[in-house]
Design a protein around this ligand. Structure first.
Ligand SMILES: NC(=O)c1ccc[n+]([C@@H]2O[C@H](COP(=O)([O-])OP(=O)(O)OC[C@H]3O[C@@H](n4cnc5c(N)ncnc54)[C@H](OP(=O)(O)O)[C@@H]3O)[C@@H](O)[C@H]2O)c1
Length: 260
């Protein structure tokens, strides 16, 4: 992405920045000149000057509080918050295998991470009269797969509704709130899953990809998105070029969602 995104010296918290989409977002924002705090449960021991790591489990209230105060202290405030952490560890098997523990785990990871971090960081953004919050949702929010993603999809849909409401409240105070909704992204974890499925089905990597694309009802573009492509979209949205954009969702799915 071009370096003229006007992110020089901007202070950003990116959650889940050690792998996958989050790592790509950290890379792109750094290239554009932002100063970044990022978090994961396990982090590298050495932080370069423009990138600070903090180890925390942000599926807990304590983890979110720790990360929020570290970001405010290290950066002296925040201009950009990108809530990336999310995912699913729910078992397959439909609604009946989703007990309360599974539901609470999915909600804590996919909804409450953002709710808690935003609640801790928005007051400083409102006080300075500017800021951008990005919520990474998923096309599953509108395209749930009942065998395996009911709880995850419902949590992402809740994140989306929360995000929209938040945008109405804080946009008049100078803080933009946007959603980025990926379809299948070819992260390292996705590559490992593809290889596993391919092996189980006795096919090659391309065959494994096809299995996943078929489970989504096909991807018109014929491929998943790259993490870097999602990161480029986020970088644009947090830049001043997107200054009139708030309260909206940006789908990046190669055309997977079949409806308007
Ligand atoms: N990949 C896809 O196809 C896809 C599609 C649609 C939406 N999305 C969404 O995009 C986002 C990123 O997904 P991804 O596939 O890039 O994820 P990923 O590759 O699994 O990476 C997840 C990142 O979050 C960190 N993390 C996970 N749980 C955490 C926790 N409890 N506390 C703190 N950090 C935690 C991980 O590090 P540690 O493990 O060390 O904590 C890692 O840095 C998620 O919200 C996901 O729902 C992904």
């Amino acid at each position: 992405m071009s370096p003229d995104l006007d992110l020089q010296g901007r202070r950003a918290l990116v959650t889940g920045g050690t792998q996958g989409v989050g790592a790509a977002i950290v890379e792109v924002l750094r290239e554009a000149g932002a100063r970044i705090v990022t978090t994961a449960r396990s982090v590298p021991e050495i932080s370069p000057p423009d990138l600070r790591y903090i180890a925390a489990d942000i599926a807990t209230a304590e983890g979110c509080a720790k990360v929020a105060s570290f970001a405010l202290e290290q950066l002296g405030g925040v201009d950009i918050v990108v809530n990336v952490v999310g995912g699913s560890t729910a078992p397959t098997g439909g609604f009946s295998v989703l007990d309360d523990d599974v539901w609470m785990r999915e909600l804590n990871l996919n909804l409450m991470t953002a709710v808690r971090l935003d609640r801790a960081l928005l007051p400083s953004m409102i006080a300075q009269g500017s800021g951008v919050v990005v919520h990474v949702t998923s096309i599953q929010g509108r395209l749930p797969l009942p065998e395996s993603t009911t709880a995850y999809a419902a949590a992402k849909a809740a994140l989306s509704t929360y995000s929209k409401s938040l945008s109405k409240e804080v946009s008049p105070k100078g803080v933009r709130v946007v959603r980025v909704s990926p379809g299948w992204v070819e992260t390292a974890a996705a590559v490992a899953l593809t290889e596993r499925l391919a092996e189980q089905a006795g096919t090659d990597y391309a065959g494994g990809k096809q299995i996943i694309m078929n489970s989504l009802g096909g991807i018109p573009l014929g491929r998943p998105a790259k993490p870097r492509e999602v990161a480029d979209l986020v970088a644009f949205l947090v830049s001043s070029r997107a200054g009139a954009i708030t309260g909206s969702e940006f789908v990046i799915d190669g055309g997977t969602v079949p409806t308007v």
